[in-house]
Design a protein around this ligand. Structure first.
Ligand code: SF4
Ligand code: F3S
Length: 328
């Protein structure tokens, strides 16, 4: 007789995933969400039984970096089996979501694109996920970012109320990011500031936001039918609960006062602390060290560059100059 978990696995295999990939994905997600391993089967069951979650991805005042981050999370070599390629987290995620509207990536244009958006909103009221990338300019009624004659503010006003949840993907959508840096001539701001009453908002700051945290948030939504626990800035604790400095692999060098003093010096070659080169790890809360980038290849400090604090609120104004120590 099949158990519930067997059924889940079979369902997942029907969806083009093999068992190994599916279970590895569920385990990775439980780890990313800082959940005990007993939740792996609950994630597996929920994902395999869920219908695909419709996603509306709005792109406003930005550099497309978060879409790039999302798309370039490519497949990677299997560490155990030479010659075999593992699907990326995003490859796997596409089995559980349907990106029905994305201004940059979608095939339709003009009126057909507008129809696609209206179709999703009409077909899935309160059941689609909204992801916003980029800031919302408020100056002069938002004319600094318009799509087909409509301002970002107007489009967001149409889409947000019917979304089951909204994810601000990247610092621009969270607090205006680079677009909001002084002198902020366009009045750029983030979703929460523009729409204080928005429901179920999850902020994923970063320049760009890490795709692992995006995928984990979506998996949590599908599994638990709610957003993950968030702090006062709407950031999920699983991703932004810890300070980079405390967990840093160079922290012992900081304690021993062994600092890099010039790029390429002996301390740099030996992996010493980057504090005196301007590292903003002591000011920044993020799980970068653990999830890393480019399919978990490395992260800024691991590559020998200080953290510039891109997950910290208003970091372009508050943490520059980037190469100056934070207490100078
Ligand atoms: Fe802290 Fe940065 Fe030094 Fe790491 S490299 S210990 S985050 S100051
Ligand atoms: Fe950004 Fe610092 Fe992480 S620069 S990517 S918050 S290590």
């Amino acid at each position: 007789m099949s158990t519930q978990n067997d059924l889940s696995l079979e369902s997942a295999v029907h969806r083009s995933l093999n068992r190994r990939d599916f279970l590895r994905f569920c385990s990775t997600m439980a780890a990313a969400l800082a959940l005990p391993s007993r939740y792996v089967s609950q994630i597996a069951n929920s994902l395999s039984l869920a219908t695909r979650l419709p996603v509306v991805w709005l792109e406003f005042q930005d550099c497309t970096g978060d879409s790039e981050s999302f798309l370039r999370a490519g497949s990677r070599p299997d560490p155990i089996q030479p010659g075999v390629t593992d699907p990326s987290l995003v490859d796997l995620l596409f089995d559980f979501i349907s990106v029905d509207y994305h201004e940059t990536l979608m095939a339709p244009a003009g009126f057909a694109a507008e129809k696609s958006l209206n179709d999703v909103l009409g077909k899935y009221p309160n059941n689609y996920l909204c992801i916003i990338e980029g800031a919302l300019p408020q100056a002069q009624n938002g004319i600094f970012c318009t799509i087909h004659g409509r301002s970002a503010l107007s489009i967001a006003q149409q889409v947000l109320p019917g979304a089951m949840a909204t994810i601000a993907m990247g610092s621009c959508a969270v607090d205006g990011g680079l677009a909001a840096a002084v002198p902020n001539l366009t009045g750029a701001t983030g979703i929460l500031n523009a729409f204080p009453g928005v429901k179920n908002l999850v902020n994923l700051p970063g320049c760009p936001a890490n795709v692992v945290n995006l995928v984990a948030t979506i998996v949590y939504l599908i599994t638990f039918k709610s957003i993950p626990e968030i702090d006062s800035q709407h950031r999920p604790y699983f991703a932004y609960g810890e300070e980079i400095h405390e967990d840093c692999e160079r922290h012992d060098f900081y304690e021993d006062e062994k600092f890099v003093l010039a790029w390429g010096d002996e301390g740099h070659k030996n992996g010493w602390c980057l504090f005196k080169m301007g590292c903003k790890g002591p000011e920044t809360h993020s799980n970068c060290r653990w999830v890393k980038w480019n399919d978990s290849t490395n992260w800024p400090i691991g590559a020998g560059h200080g953290c510039i604090g891109c997950a910290t609120p208003h970091f372009w104004d508050t943490l520059t100059p980037f190469y100056q120590p934070v207490d100078d």
